[in-house]
Design a binder for this molecule. Structure first.
Ligand SMILES: O=C(O)CCC(=O)C(=O)O
Ligand SMILES: [Fe+2]
Length: 258
């Protein structure tokens, strides 16, 4: 069973459940006003560019956007939400000096979309038997997620071993988050409702991996410069430790002059 928590539950209790089942739902983490603002920011980019990412995996009745800070200034509050960063630190922190953003994606599953194939987000790293989690994802509901409108389908780890058909759906209110490990099987649900199902999924990866979405080419310098230093670092604008991703100009390994 995917455990549901209220946002004020102790993060240690949440991370235990996350390790055990591979996914948790945290209810009502952010205000509806933030969610409405983000939806308003994403509306015209969805209309202008959302179709560009349509393919067999993403779906042909789904609109997507990448490089979210380019489209939605307020999505930074989700990307750097302290609860998510704490859970990411628990999962990834023991295996790297600093973890980093892997990708930032908005997903609008339109009416008529079929269920997405179940997959693991860490499949982009082609090592079959990973000795640690490479990634963690935080999928934020921008609309209420229901069984009818395409709430994400998840295969809890326990069920994956014993009853592979035992898929659960992440039914949750807007402003809630489904947090899952990179190794957890999941996929978008079919949208059988008359309305779109919008979400943001941000992934975080070990700091020594290549980022799934190339932040250096995706984000403009202006957008990166507008972020506080800890978000610039989180986005990957720093070296990992002393000897990876370094460059000669800055011995401190930070992209900006400090
Ligand atoms: O939209 C969703 O619910 C999940 C999408 C997803 O898992 C993916 O595209 O990797
Ligand atoms: Fe996924």
């Amino acid at each position: 069973m995917i455990a549901h928590f209220s946002a004020n539950e102790r993060t240690q209790v949440m991370s235990e459940a996350l390790f055990e089942q591979g996914a948790i739902i945290v209810e009502q983490v952010v205000d509806q006003s933030l969610i409405s603002t983000i939806k308003a920011e994403l509306q015209s980019p969805f209309e202008a560019e959302g179709h560009r990412f349509q393919n067999d995996f993403n779906g042909h009745h789904t609109r997507r956007l990448g490089g979210l800070l380019e489209h939605s200034e307020h999505s930074a509050a989700l990307l750097a939400h302290p609860l998510v960063l704490t859970l990411a630190e628990e999962v990834l922190g023991p295996h790297c000096e600093t973890f980093q953003v892997g990708s930032t994606t908005a997903i609008e599953i339109l009416p008529g979309e079929a269920a997405q194939v179940l997959h693991r987000d860490d499949e982009c790293y082609p090592i079959p038997e990973k000795q640690m989690e490479f990634q963690i994802s935080a999928l934020w509901a921008l609309d209420d997620f229901t069984e009818q409108n395409g709430a994400t389908r998840v295969l809890p780890k326990e069920a994956a071993a014993t009853e592979p058909d035992c898929i659960e759906q992440a039914v949750m209110g807007a402003g809630s988050a489904l947090v899952y490990l990179g190794s957890t099987f999941h996929g978008g649900g079919a949208n059988l409702s008359p309305s779109p199902r919008r979400a943001i999924v941000n992934t975080y990866a070990l700091g020594w991996l290549r980022q799934e979405e190339n932040q250096y080419l995706t984000l403009s310098k202006e957008v990166v410069e507008a972020q506080p230093e800890y978000i610039q670092r989180l986005l990957g604008f720093q070296a990992h430790g002393k000897n990876l991703g370094v460059w000669p100009d800055d011995p401190d390994g930070y992209w900006f002059d400090s």
